[in-house]
Design a protein around this ligand. Structure first.
Ligand SMILES: C[S@@+](CC[C@H](N)C(=O)[O-])C[C@H]1O[C@@H](n2cnc3c(N)ncnc32)[C@H](O)[C@@H]1O
Length: 248
């Protein structure tokens, strides 16, 4: 029977001590609200003396089934033409954490497929960056610059860690602080896009790639400001590539 200990940290603490946690080879990890619950083999206890434990358990069966087997990060492999150029594939590493944005969600996956075709652009805003996955893919593909905009403090911790881990040249900013950007990437609800459309268009983008729009949403307001060039539907979510109609 494997004994284990359970350590509960706030997500903020988790990011601060992450290198140490990885070094101790945890058994599993579970994000629950703002808490991060990490399971270690019992013998790790002596190395964790600086932390306050929630409990020590001797029943391996009580590790919740939802606990992820511990993978420190999610690796996204970028391949534009998989068969021919697999050896040229590049990777983006995304830390597991309470932020939205691994390539598993259909909106993120579709956005990434589109970004792989944007090689000629050199600047972008990743609006609603979450983990930063879209901007990181853009940076890898174009070697251009990305400005990351995010409001959720928990996602921001994850975003900072991901930018450092991927050696990003981009920076986290407020939307108002960016002057110009060739591309806008936004995987947020339609309401958020509409509420911010004036400021987004003030950056004079040549192209916008938008997702997070539900198939049942009314696109009339959006189409007043943008000309939609292509529209994709995946599991009830829409993703579109659009051009600005001009600033009113
Ligand atoms: C659906 S997630 C997308 C994450 C990632 N870009 C992706 O495509 O997987 C939307 C993100 O937008 C952020 N967000 C929502 N409204 C925002 C706003 N007004 N300004 C900045 N970020 C916002 C949320 O906190 C969330 O992290």
């Amino acid at each position: 029977m494997t004994a284990f200990i359970r350590l509960i940290l706030s997500s903020k603490e988790y990011y601060k001590v992450l290198p140490y946690i990885l070094h101790l080879k945890p058994l599993g990890i579970w994000f629950s609200g703002e808490d991060c619950i990490i399971y270690f083999p019992a013998e790790t206890k002596e190395h964790l003396s600086g932390f306050k434990f929630d409990e020590i358990s001797w029943e391996p069966a009580s590790i919740p089934s939802k606990t992820l087997p511990f993978k420190p990060y999610f690796r996204v492999t970028l391949v534009s033409r998989p068969e021919k150029f697999w050896h040229k594939s590049r990777h983006v590493k995304i830390l597991l954490g309470p932020a939205f944005g691994t390539a598993e969600h259909p909106t993120t996956a579709r956005m990434i497929k589109i970004i792989l075709g944007l090689k000629k652009y050199k600047s972008c805003i990743d609006f609603g960056a979450g983990t930063g996955i879209l901007g990181l893919v853009f940076e890898k593909i174009t070697r251009g610059r990305c400005y990351y905009v995010e409001i959720d403090p928990l996602a921001l911790d994850n975003l900072r860690a991901n930018l450092a881990m991927n050696r990003s040249k981009g920076c986290i900013v407020k939307l108002e602080d960016v002057k110009l950007s060739e591309v806008i990437l936004a995987n947020v609800y339609l309401e958020t896009i509409i509420n911010n459309i004036d400021i987004l268009l003030s950056k004079k983008p040549k192209l916008l790639v938008l997702s997070g729009i539900r198939a049942s949403d009314d696109l009339t307001l959006l189409q007043k400001r943008l000309a939609i060039c292509s529209l994709y539907e995946d599991d009830g979510w829409l993703t579109c590539v659009a051009l600005p109609r001009g600033i009113n």
